[in-house]
Unconditional design. Sequence first.
Length: 392
Amino acid sequence: MGFKYKKKIVSIFGITGSVGTSTQDILKLNKDKFIVDTIVAKNNVKGLIDAAILLNPKLVIISNSNKYDKLKEGLEKYDFEIASGDKAILDASRRKVDILVAAIIGYAGLITTYSSVGYAKTIALANKESLVCGGPLLITKAKQKKCNIIPLDSEHNTLFQILNAHKHNDISRIIITASGGPFRGYSYDQLNKVTPAEAIAHPIWNMGKKISIDSATLMNKGLELIEAFYLFHINQNKIDIIVHPESIIHGIVEYNDGSMNAGLSTPDMRTPISYALNYPNKINNNVKSLKLTALKSLNFKAVDNNVFKAINISRNALDIGHSAVICLNAVNEITVDAFLNKKINFNAISNINEMVISNITNKKVSNIDDIVDIDIESRKIASEIISTGKFK
């Protein structure tokens, strides 16, 4: 009698974004291994319809209720349950699944990710803000509910795999690599003149606008520093960030004896996604094999923290405490949006973030309501600073 593989039940929150579309590729390649329960998108009706037809889910949700009728019309020939709005998404986060791919962009993904813990056996976490803002609350709840959190950032996914094989007390530091973004090597004065269109044009990764700006300011690495601090329980003094333009090495672990383990792969989101979907085993992902002999060089250099201040701002927020980290995430979302709408220049993103964090004190964070309150207050402070023009 042969062994029969039990298919894993998967939900994807953020199905039309870069992570969601890469997840679709993996599921399409491995149809015999997965059943799709729920797919969620914010505004992209066409992308959601296409994904539904491809993946045959039980439930299809559009966040923007104004687009419900268009979604219903597009799927009228199919037998899918269709819903819209934030409540429907929150309810769907409590459906029992093996894996929930949490890829809703920004702070908006926090509530559904936190809600899904215990209903999903594994959370494949692309929404780093959930961990940045949820921090100890999310990690504690996941432990209590025996829910795995597997990061989908290529850097953290690589470190997750390396660290799983070694005792933490043997580790002297972990190293997160950064491509350096589109403005690597720019001076502070040069950055004053860059445009949103230039900032969005990442040299390696194809991402959404917000995360592309974070990559350009290096705030994505600041947030990844915070994420690593919570996820791996490693003191931030043992977490380094270095610029590696080729984005071939995604993470490095150094041990007390001076030796290192590094994770190398072609820069492709399908690699960490495929690992998270079939953890702890590997599955087909159709990613191009890395040809070591074709690599001309691998370069590394220190981050210019005088020009790109985001990493030090993030370290400062961690030193202050959990509420400061929540505040930083909120303020950064406001400043990035202001830059995209040409209300402030590029350097003002970090300057305002630094201004707010330098003038706050830590507050106790006991539950999700505390996180929501701090987030709202922080956004208000940042918006007022931008509207009054009292910043560098």
